[in-house]
Ligand binder design. Structure first.
Ligand code: GAL
Length: 664
């Protein structure tokens, strides 16, 4: 029998508080609640609550039996993530504590397992903002919630087993294309061995490439062996428009018998920031993206795979961006899996926010770097590792270490370190810079420059804000995206941010929400989302999204739509009022020269449009001479800014998001 993995997300028992007796095997569970993972320790209100609400100790218990065929195997429990610190007990015995809520960890259960009987796994979860654990110690502009909010499983493996597989495309060119496959082994036999390792690259079920080698491994517990596979035309490139994925199946033989086998998914591609911009497989791709927090209303971080994947779809299909930054921590593997599948580029970074703690804290940062890269090395969507605490001051010794760890574990990717101080030391490869000047982006002072945040707290905007504000919110996003695209030396810009998020009291709008998103916390797009949406090619989707409300009362001048914006990827627009033509507009290339599809600007002339006889406003979008889209803003039922630009697929998302949240 090869390895076996048993997912254990169902049938957990949960109780707020903690008493030592609760981890015992015999503990009476009648006062525990039955829960399913992902689980949030405390349901929070939508707004107006603070972080103390979910901070405390909590206990989780899970009973399990293992089939007899697993006897003689090493048995591990694998946690996808537990916020914030987890002490794990097996049948009442403390196995250890894992600190940090964003990365996976495992414990060896083997010695404590009772074969043929029921076993109890218990977790004492500490959800406090502990100063000894990144990102805590200073202020943090986001909440971390608490709970076993990712999956947990049991894994039974032979005493010589495959612990990890890292597939790196080191070159993809015609002459030198090759894969490097690093295979981490776990040796509990206490003896040296000469296993044969076979690698098969699968396209679906067919093997397209394979190789094998015999290795001398020592009696050391952990070691890595490396194989090289030359590639000559067998593999298609992972491209944004055609993100081809393969599996690498690794089998361990000794001598002829298969001891263990495991597989990972990967993509064959080369990514590089260069002075000409970001290159994927040699081709420059101007980057246009958004930052994402992984939080949701009421349940915090505890969203299941389907919803995690949906965020990636929203970013790619609705917001039409080509890059996302996982600010400010490693996010759900399901989100990353989906990014791989749809060709959405990712900049992933370690947990942290401005503050750098003491030596022990910095040790955790280094282990976070290693753990993030080990977990995510096979995701082709990830094109840059963030190895600096977001917006922290210089700390050269620490960042020399984090960069060295990243480069050693992954020679195929560059590093970035997000900063807001332009004069800070650059130890990373790419100058990743948060640029909050609303009008002028800083000229790049380093050949590899990416704008990793803009907007955000400079202009928080809610759906219900008045029309001038929501329009200005959109204009600011358009303006900076345009500047970034028009400035030589800037690889692209990632707006702050995709989705609103709950935060601490010293941030946000007084309601514990940062209304910085181009979508709200439910993922409903705001008017500014239209700026991003309109940047796709009309072949993908024809977009026409007015950034104003068709209502009489919302402007000090007495209604109308000017000054205003319409986001569209059409060549020109025609406006009709009550059936009468009132204007024909062209995209404003002068104001937004960098954008492929600049917004259409309605100037002051349109103030008061509508006048006393309020009639339907019809906007037609033309490509060439053909009308490709028509939007009617009804005079009868006032089209609110929040509603009018939302096409039906957004409404479906809205209902989807709501029902998902309600199902939880
Ligand atoms: C940045 C920070 C983000 C967020 C943003 C708000 O300085 O990196 O986490 O706080 O400001 O605009």
């Amino acid at each position: 029998m090869l390895r076996e993995v048993f997912p254990i997300c169902q049938n957990w028992r949960f109780r707020p508080g903690f008493q030592p007796s609760w981890v015992r095997r015999e503990c009476n569970e009648s006062r525990f609640e039955k829960v399913t993972l992902p689980h949030t320790a405390v349901h929070v209100p939508y707004s107006g609550f603070d972080e103390r609400l979910y901070q405390g100790l909590f206990c989780y218990r899970r009973r399990f039996r293992l089939p007899d065929r697993c006897r003689g195997k090493r048995v591990f429990v694998d946690f996808g993530g537990a916020m914030t610190a987890a002490k794990v007990y097996s049948n009442g015995v403390l196995l250890g504590e894992h600190c940090g809520g964003y990365l996976p960890f495992s414990f060896d259960l083997t010695e404590s397992i009772r074969w043929g009987e029921e076993n109890v796994l218990a977790v004492e979860l500490d959800t406090h903002e502990r100063k000894d654990i990144p990102p805590f110690g200073g202020a943090v502009d986001y909440l971390t919630y608490g709970g076993l909010y990712r999956e947990v499983s049991l894994r039974a493996v032979p005493s010589l087993s495959i612990e990890s597989i890292a597939v790196l495309p080191l070159a993809v060119g015609e002459r030198d294309a090759r894969l490097e496959i690093g295979c981490g082994l776990l040796n509990f036999t206490g003896k040296s061995a000469t296993p044969r390792i076979k690698v098969e690259i699968l396209d679906g079920t067919s093997v397209v490439l394979h190789g094998e080698e015999t290795f001398q491994v020592s009696d050391a517990r952990e070691q890595t062996v490396t194989l090289h596979l030359p590639v000559s035309g067998e593999l298609s490139l992972w491209e944004r428009a055609r993100p081809v994925l393969y599996h690498a199946r690794v089998s361990l033989y000794e001598p002829e018998e298969v001891l263990d086998a495991d597989s990972v998914r990967f993509g064959f591609r080369e990514c590089r920031f260069t002075p000409e911009g970001f290159r994927l497989n040699g081709r420059v791709i101007p980057l246009r993206g958004l930052n994402r927090h992984q939080s949701y209303p009421w349940v915090g971080y505890a969203m299941p795979p389907r919803v995690q994947r949906r965020d990636a779809d929203l970013l790619k299909e609705q917001l039409k961006v080509n890059m996302v930054r996982t600010s400010h921590y490693p996010q759900s593997r399901h989100f990353l899996d989906r990014c791989d599948e749809i060709g959405l580029l990712v900049f992933e970074e370690i947990p942290g926010w401005q503050h750098i703690g003491d030596e022990a804290w910095q040790e955790r940062v280094c282990s976070d770097v290693a753990s993030m890269i080990r977990r995510d090395i096979n995701h082709p969507s990830i094109v840059l590792w963030g190895v600096r605490i977001n917006e922290s001051a210089d700390c050269d010794p620490l960042y020399r270490r984090t960069n060295a760890i990243a480069h050693e574990l992954d020679p195929s990717r560059q590093t970035g370190g997000v900063r807001f101080l332009p004069e800070s030391n650059l130890i990373e490869d790419v100058f990743t810079f948060n640029d909050f000047n609303p009008e002028r982006l800083r000229q790049p002072s380093h050949p590899l420059h990416l704008v990793t945040e803009f907007g955000g707290h400079m202009y928080p905007t809610k759906h219900v804000d008045n029309v001038e504000r929501v329009t200005e919110h959109a204009r600011r996003h358009a303006h900076i995206l345009s500047q970034a695209a028009a400035t030589p030396g800037i690889a692209g810009a990632l707006g702050w941010c995709a989705f609103d998020y709950n935060t601490h009291g010293n941030f946000g709008s007084g309601d514990r929400i940062c209304h910085h998103g181009v979508c709200d916390m439910f993922r409903i797009p705001k008017v500014a989302a239209g700026v991003y949406r309109a940047q796709c090619s009309p072949e993908e989707e024809v977009i026409l999204e007015p950034a104003f409300a068709w209502t009489f009362g919302d402007r000090p001048v007495g209604g109308g739509v000017g000054p205003g914006l319409i986001n569209s990827n059409c060549d020109r627009l025609r406006l009709f009022l009550g059936g009468e033509p009132v204007a024909e507009l062209k995209p404003d290339v002068e104001r937004f020269p960098g954008l492929v599809h600049p917004p259409f600007v309605l100037n002051e002339r349109f103030a008061g449009l509508g006048g006393e006889r309020w009639r339907n406003l019809v906007i037609e979008g033309l490509i060439g001479d053909e009308v490709r889209i028509r939007r009617t803003l009804s005079a009868r039922c006032c089209s609110l800014a929040t509603r009018s630009p939302i096409p039906s697929n957004h409404e479906r998302n809205f209902c989807g998001a709501l029902s998902l949240l309600m199902l939880k």
